[in-house]
Structure formats: structure tokens, C-alpha cells
Design a protein around this ligand. Structure first.
Ligand code: SF4
Ligand code: SF4
Length: 326
């Protein structure tokens, strides 16, 4: 079996960069105690200790992106669609975040596809297994710990990772950096620690719809939107037009938004149809744990735990799951 010595990681990534200099290589790094995906090479140290605080979603679905430009000429508007040039690769993505991309696919890869899909199909994924789940993770219970879908799978065996290409794209990537790899005969993968949180999707359908429960949750919610921003599966967006002062030309942007905001449910006539805080909390959590599955056949929560990690008052979806699905 092929293996990548951790000491040769830099050689491996450099070989991938040399093979296609235009390709952007995204890796987990540490900055001021927080981990995130960032571009290689950088001054920031690589970090594989646990799941990055921020998911890789923004490399597929940027927080704000222009969809098309428009222009008025001789009294008529014309529009020019933005084109996406994408050549990137993610090294060290966790399997739960691969699962998150599969959930985003259900939403954005349907016809008509858009810039999300242009990026997704041009981004090979090299996934890394998780041996140390963070305290808020419950990927075991949500069944995402070993989700398939990556082009190459790495398994931690201490001083090296075993390297298994899973797709044609994955085989090509591995061949590009073959000089940095070696053969191992009987790899001994490190033991994977189980998640401390034992919430399980088996009980997700039974999350209560009782008003009193959601009032308790919403009493703690500050509507800060942190849970939505860090969630790898949140798909909701708003649309904003930005024009010049005369309104003759401009761009239409897709911008991440949050179901915890009043603006989210503001419709024509300035009417907000979901004003009650407990109704916002119910939709925020139930969409993840229950309703998405009813429509698409899978839960839209991967159990990554990020929302709980970032929620200042601990009333995020992962906190409800911890309380309700144990
Ligand atoms: S709802 Fe929370 S635990 Fe579930 S995928 Fe989103 S951030 Fe992760
Ligand atoms: S659940 Fe927590 S993180 Fe999300 S909006 Fe409410 S207070 Fe903020």
C-alpha cells in the first residue's frame, strides 16, 4: 500500500503545486490558536490536530459573489453572466466536510447548475480520517465519520498516512506526487477515538415541536448568526444589487444569510412572516435534524459540532442534538 511520511508532506504538496502551478492547494493551517483551510504555501503552520474551526464551504460557495453584471444602454438592460475559473485542490479535508459538500450538491448541483458546481467539479478532495474528534463533534452518531466521496483517502498511521486513490482524478493526483510516497506492507492505523457526544440520528425524527421547548432555546439565542456562518451545510443566501449612482450599471450578488435574522423572512410589503423567536429556532434546528431528510433523504447536519463551538449561549443545533438525541 502507498504511504506518505509526515516528514515528506511538504515535498508531496510542493510536487502537486509543480505539476500544475496554476492550481491552488488548500490545506488546514493554524492561526492564533484557530484552525482553518488556507492556501499552500503560506507562513502559517499546517495543522491536522482536529477539525478546522471554519469549514471549506467558502471555497465552493463564497460568502459574497457576483452572479452577473448588468448595464443599461439606450433604455434597455443587458446582463453578462460571471464566469468561474477554478483550479483548486483540498488536502486534509475531513470526511464529515466531504459529506457536507455532498449535502450542498443536493441543493446547488441540480439543474440549472451555477458557479458552485463549476468549483465543485474542479476541486479534487484528499480526505483525512479523524482520530481525535473535538469535544462538540457527534459525527459518529450522524454516520458521517467515514463518509465516502473524496478522490484520495488518507489514514493516519502515526509517522505516516496510508494513501488510497478512490477515483480517476485521485489516481492522477497520486501519480503527480509519487516521488514523495513510499510502500508499506502492513500498515497499523491509529485507533480512532469515539466522539464524546453520543447524539444519534436515529432519534432525530423525534425532536419535539412543542412550543415551550423552542421558547427555551430561543430565549438564549442572540441572533448573532455565528452558527449559520460556520455551518458547512447552510445554503441560504440573499440577493443584493449594487449599482452606480445613476442605476445604469452594476452587479447582482449572492450573499450568505441566516434564518435567525428578521430580514430572512421579510417579503414584499415589508412583511416579516417569521417574527417569533421560537419559530426561528425551530426552523434553524429542525431543518438540519429532520426536515432536509424528509425532502432529500439525508440529514443536513454532519455532526461537525462547529455551531456549538461558536455559539456564545450554547443553543445551537449541536447543543439541541446533545440535549435531545442522546
Ligand atoms: S448544524 Fe452544527 S453540527 Fe450540524 S453540520 Fe451545521 S455546524 Fe455542524
Ligand atoms: S444559536 Fe447561538 S450562534 Fe446561532 S444565532 Fe443563536 S446565539 Fe448565535
Amino acid at each position: 500500500m502507498l504511504a506518505l511520511s509526515k516528514k515528506k508532506l511538504n515535498d508531496f504538496l510542493t510536487a502537486l503545486k509543480r505539476a500544475e502551478p496554476q492550481r491552488q492547494i488548500i490545506v488546514p493551517v493554524e492561526e492564533r490558536g484557530a484552525t482553518k483551510y488556507f492556501y499552500f504555501p503560506s507562513a502559517l503552520p499546517l495543522f491536522f490536530g482536529h477539525l478546522p474551526y471554519y469549514s471549506a464551504k467558502k471555497f465552493f460557495l463564497p460568502p459574497r459573489e457576483s452572479l452577473f453584471r448588468f448595464r443599461m444602454e439606450k433604455g434597455k438592460y443587458s446582463a453578462t453572466e460571471e464566469t468561474v475559473q477554478c483550479n483548486q485542490l483540498i488536502f486534509g479535508i475531513r470526511h464529515c466536510d466531504v459529506q457536507a459538500l455532498k449535502i450542498l450538491d443536493k441543493f446547488f448541483a441540480d439543474e440549472p447548475t451555477d458557479s458552485y458546481w463549476d468549483r465543485r467539479k474542479n476541486t479534487p478532495l484528499i480526505a483525512l480520517n479523524c482520530v481525535n474528534p473535538a469535544p462538540a463533534c457527534f459525527c459518529d452518531g450522524m454516520g458521517t465519520r467515514h463518509s465516502k466521496g473524496a478522490d484520495v483517502e488518507l489514514t493516519d498511521a502515526g509517522e505516516y498516512w496510508t494513501v488510497e486513490p478512490k477515483t480517476r482524478k485521485g489516481k492522477k493526483i497520486v501519480s503527480e506526487a509519487a516521488a514523495a510516497l513510499h510502500e508499506v506492507k502492513k500498515p497499523k492505523p491509529l485507533e480512532e477515538k469515539p466522539c464524546e457526544v453520543t447524539a444519534t440520528k436515529r432519534k432525530a425524527d423525534s425532536v419535539t415541536e412543542k412550543e415551550a421547548f423552542w421558547k427555551e432555546i430561543s430565549d438564549g439565542c442572540l441572533n448573532c448568526t455565528a452558527c449559520n456562518i460556520v455551518c458547512p451545510t447552510c445554503t441560504c443566501f440573499d440577493v443584493e444589487d449594487e449599482t452606480d449612482l445613476q442605476g445604469n450599471e452594476g452587479s447582482r450578488y449572492r450573499v450568505w444569510t441566516s434564518c435567525t435574522l428578521d430580514d430572512y423572512s421579510r417579503v414584499a410589503g415589508n412583511y416579516v412572516f417569521r417574527k417569533e423567536e421560537h419559530a426561528k429556532s425551530l426552523i434553524r434546528v429542525q431543518h438540519k435534524l429532520n426536515w432536509f431528510k424528509q425532502k432529500f433523504g439525508e440529514h443536513s447536519c454532519t455532526g461537525c459540532g462547529r455551531c456549538s463551538l461558536h455559539c456564545p449561549t450554547k443553543v445551537a443545533t449541536a447543543d439541541v442534538a446533545r440535549k435531545w438525541l442522546q
